[in-house]
Design a binder for this molecule. Structure first.
Ligand code: ADP
Ligand code: MG
Length: 143
């Protein structure tokens, strides 16, 4: 299996509920290596840019208001099969439909405020990582 990178975002609800450490513990226990992380406050425009593919969807306005409602924590993660494995760790978009033990099942309130983002493909992951992290912030731990 190939090493992949994915972009996680601990969303504003995760930060407000003081669950940053708790969710990072799930992530690290899941075998993901943290390549980089930071806390940022997206502007409304910044949130719209990140979720551009969803523009026009009925939830777009609520989603971008929510994502710009407070600080969030983007995290670059690395692991074999990271994209698929991270989506498994977080569970379905709607916590009501997420598997037992997943981050969204455990901590999310609803389909909109669902604690965490995960990239859905290697290609989108690259684009999403570059949205938050310039190359010099992607720390190389191993030679
Ligand atoms: P995922 O984050 O699981 O990849 P999507 O890419 O489909 O899900 O949607 C992006 C985000 O938009 C979701 O994580 C969620 O916050 C929000 N969202 C998606 N669908 C809905 C919906 N039907 N109602 C409210 N919010 C939604
Ligand atoms: Mg998605």
């Amino acid at each position: 299996m190939a090493k992949e990178r994915t972009l996680a975002i601990l969303k504003p609800d995760c930060v407000r509920k003081d669950l940053i450490g708790t969710v990072i513990k799930h992530i690290q226990e899941g075998g993901f290596r943290i390549v980089s992380l930071k806390m940022v406050r997206l502007s409304k425009q910044g949130a719209e840019g990140f979720y551009e593919v969803h523009r026009g969807r009925p939830f777009f306005e609520d989603l971008t208001n929510f994502m710009s409602s407070g600080p969030c924590v983007p995290i670059v993660l690395e692991k074999d099969n990271a994209i698929e494995d991270f989506r498994k760790l977080i569970g379905a978009t709607d916590p009501a439909e997420a598997d037992e033990g997943t981050v969204r099942k455990l901590y999310a309130d609803n389909k909109g405020e669902n604690i965490v983002h995960g990239s859905d493909s290697v290609e989108n992951g690259k684009i999403e990582i570059s949205y938050f992290f310039p190359e010099n912030e992607l720390v190389q731990m191993h030679a």
